[in-house]
Design a protein around this ligand. Structure first.
Ligand SMILES: [Zn+2]
Length: 246
């Protein structure tokens, strides 16, 4: 009997690898078509393996996989982007892990996630090309909050509806701002600077080319990062019906 093995082709960011048995590896990939997937690379740890060199963490490769539900095998891998700068610098590597660690928690298994894939790839490419990190990182976080439906879009005071133009506070549970005159102690808030609002507005409205022109001081970048990360981690803890992996 002839066994027909259907193959499937996909681009993939290599997120993680772990040894399996004597010579194999389980590779966690992010594919635009299949989302997060664990796949097996047979004999990849043998000397002269054809797959090795295409399947290292942070590489982007074109893969051909066997069609199996549990653990598909990689039958061929062809390197598309090696991100040499990232992979040869400890500092850049650490930054790239900040991106992929969040992505690993957000993406689903076996579901197409083209948009998230694209902006993750953009962020890694910009990091590799050594664009200003604050701009790359905050653009990535802004894209992600947007995709998760938790972006900050209302820049008026929660209480008096005035436009926030001065230093104010953010109500952590609501993604809303409150002006200093309306602030009272019963609220759970965090003080924010008017610069944070400016940066978030620019990130919301503009493409990266424009965002790149912005000089974001580290102190403001930290502030914006914290607000975004708080939103994203809150989202992690929400019960989410489709995302069994989280
Ligand atoms: Zn107010």
């Amino acid at each position: 009997m002839v066994r027909i093995l259907c193959m499937q082709k996909t681009l993939a960011i290599i997120l993680k690898k772990q040894n399996l048995g004597e010579t194999d590896r389980i590779i966690t990939i992010f594919s635009p078509v299949f989302g997060k997937k664990r796949v097996v690379a047979r004999a990849v740890r043998k000397p002269l393996s054809k797959l090795a060199g295409h399947l290292d963490t942070m590489m982007v490769s074109q893969l051909i996989l066997t069609r199996q539900d549990d653990l598909p095998k990689i039958t061929s891998a062809e390197l598309v982007e090696s991100f040499d700068n990232i992979r040869s610098s400890f500092t850049l590597l650490e930054k790239s892990f900040a991106i992929t660690k969040i992505i690993e928690r957000v993406i689903l298994e076996d579901i197409s996630q083209q948009t998230i894939f694209q902006f993750t790839l953009d962020a890694l490419t910009r990091l590799d090309e050594q664009y200003a990190w604050n701009n790359v990182w905050l653009t990535f976080l802004s894209n992600l909050t947007d995709e998760l439906g938790i972006s900050i879009t209302d820049f008026t005071c929660l209480n008096c509806a005035k436009k926030i133009q001065e230093d104010a506070a953010i109500i952590l549970s609501d993604r809303r701002f409150i002006c200093n005159s309306c602030l009272h102690e019963r609220l759970q808030y965090k003080k924010i600077s008017k610069n944070l609002i400016k940066v978030i507005q620019v990130l919301n409205k503009n493409k990266f080319d424009y965002v790149l022109r912005l000089q974001i001081p580290d102190i403001v970048a930290k502030e914006v990062e914290e607000v975004y990360l708080r939103e994203i981690t809150q989202w992690f803890n929400k019960p989410w019906q489709h995302y069994s992996a989280i």
